[in-house]
Write a new protein. Structure first.
Length: 229
């Protein structure tokens, strides 16, 4: 029977490559779903407009790539791999560097991810949240003069939900990573709990209780003294 801490397989040792591949596939799927919702929001936003299939597939493809990259970053950090896996987040660059994405998506990914990571102090998190939410205010003012297919509150709520999901995916870019050892494993100081074989993933071998030292035997020698006459 073996036991490992939650979120860190085999006591913070890097997991197999197949674990990264499964994570990337899941991120690819979730990113594509997120892109479908984003494109549907854009389609229902304007009452009169035309959208091409090429643009739709481009947005969904960029969203899927971004999801795969951010999923790799998340899995690499949690499995104790090196910090260079953060470069996988560059797969999100085509999505957030669109002309519209720079204004709305890029602040949500970077500033929103920094806020959700919990790294800045509380007063800075309030300021960063206000800056990341500024595009929503600008869009709200802009959309008031446009004919919308949906009521303005629904438009803003759906967009805010998509941005929060994007910020949550980017939070692992700013969270602390365990310091890697030369062999690639995460070198963390051992605590009292981690020295337990059950905490580091080693098999638990039942041991016999300690044997107490035998009590010394005391021999009492009695000598009968007989008086002879």
């Amino acid at each position: 029977m073996t036991a490992t801490p939650a979120g860190s397989p085999r006591g913070q040792l890097p997991g197999p490559v197949s674990h990264l591949l499964r994570s990337a596939a899941a991120g690819l799927l979730l990113g594509a779903v997120w892109g479908v919702f984003l494109r549907a929001w854009m389609r229902l936003l304007v009452a009169y407009g035309e959208f091409s299939w090429s643009g739709t597939l481009l947005i969904i493809g960029c969203s899927a790539a971004a999801g795969a990259g951010l999923a790799l970053v998340r899995t690499a950090r949690r499995s104790g791999r090196r910090r260079r896996w953060r470069w996988a987040a560059l797969l999100a660059a085509p999505l957030v560097l669109f002309p519209q994405g720079v204004v709305v998506l890029l602040p949500a990914l970077l500033l929103g991810g920094l806020v959700i990571s919990g790294r800045p102090p509380a007063r800075w998190r309030v300021l960063l949240t206000a800056v990341a939410s500024a595009p929503l205010i600008v869009l709200a003012v802009t959309f008031e003069a446009e004919p919308l297919a949906m009521p303005l509150p629904i438009v803003l709520v759906v967009l805010a939900t998509l941005l929060v999901a994007l910020a949550s995916a980017g939070a692992d870019l700013f969270r602390r990573w365990p310091s890697p050892a030369p062999d690639g494993s995460a070198a963390l100081p051992l605590s009292i709990d981690q020295t337990d074989p059950a905490m580091v993933g080693l098999p638990m071998v039942p041991t016999a209780p300690p044997r107490s030292a035998p009590e010394p035997l005391v021999f009492e020698v009695r000598r009968d003294r007989r008086r002879t006459s």
